[in-house]
Design a binder for this molecule. Structure first.
Ligand SMILES: NC(=O)c1ccc[n+]([C@@H]2O[C@H](COP(=O)([O-])OP(=O)(O)OC[C@H]3O[C@@H](n4cnc5c(N)ncnc54)[C@H](O)[C@@H]3O)[C@@H](O)[C@H]2O)c1
Length: 164
């Protein structure tokens, strides 16, 4: 059976992704540092690892051990309002952490990487928002860090071997 990695799987969205994957009969590894999520959110049946996506050594070990076929990257510090006040932490956590995840996906030829962006990448645009309306003046540092993580709106062309 193939194994999926869910980063941030103890969080609001990640725990639902992990639950859906388990319901589909998948093996699931959840990586979460519990900085914002809760151990109780992780669904029974998922293999839980407490650790950070900023830990390149841990990620390298997990990718080598589990041979993930698909990765769902939801680990992030997501509070937009506070993000202006903790820029260095935000970039280290969200940008550098995402780079480590992407590097391992490329290195291990992971079939698909699913990355959750943020509405903050669209800045303070008026609704309705167009997906092509990416402004330079972002609403929050969390939005800037999401765009920086992948460099463009979709990840497929950048990842080469990782396509959605
Ligand atoms: N909730 C929404 O409505 C929504 C909408 C659009 C996009 N998103 C995006 O989806 C992602 C998840 O959002 P959420 O609402 O589930 O947030 P959340 O805070 O509930 O979950 C994030 C999880 O990531 C974990 N985490 C944070 N930094 C980590 C690290 N360095 N290593 C490992 N784990 C780490 C936290 O402990 C937490 O469990 C975020 O990128 C967010 O911006 C959320």
């Amino acid at each position: 059976m193939t194994t999926a990695l869910v980063t941030g799987g103890a969080g609001f969205m990640g725990c639902h992704v992990a639950r859906c994957l388990l319901a589909a009969g998948r093996e699931v590894v959840v990586l979460d540092d519990l900085s914002g999520g809760y151990r109780d959110n992780v669904p029974a049946g998922a293999h839980f690892i407490q650790g950070s996506v900023t830990d390149a050594g841990l990620l390298a070990h997990l990718f080598t051990e589990h041979h993930f076929t698909d990765v769902y990257h939801l680990a992030a510090y997501a509070a937009e309002g506070l993000s202006h006040f903790i820029r260095a932490f935000n970039y280290a956590n969200n940008v550098v952490g995402s780079m480590h995840v992407i590097n391992e996906c490329v290195k291990h030829q992971v079939r698909a990487l699913v990355f959750t962006s943020s509405i903050a990448v669209y800045g303070a645009s008026q609704v309705p928002i167009s997906e092509t309306d990416l402004r330079r003046e972002h609403l929050a540092t969390s939005g800037t860090s999401r765009r920086s993580s992948l460099g463009r709106q979709t990840c497929g062309p950048r990842l080469g071997t990782c396509s959605t």
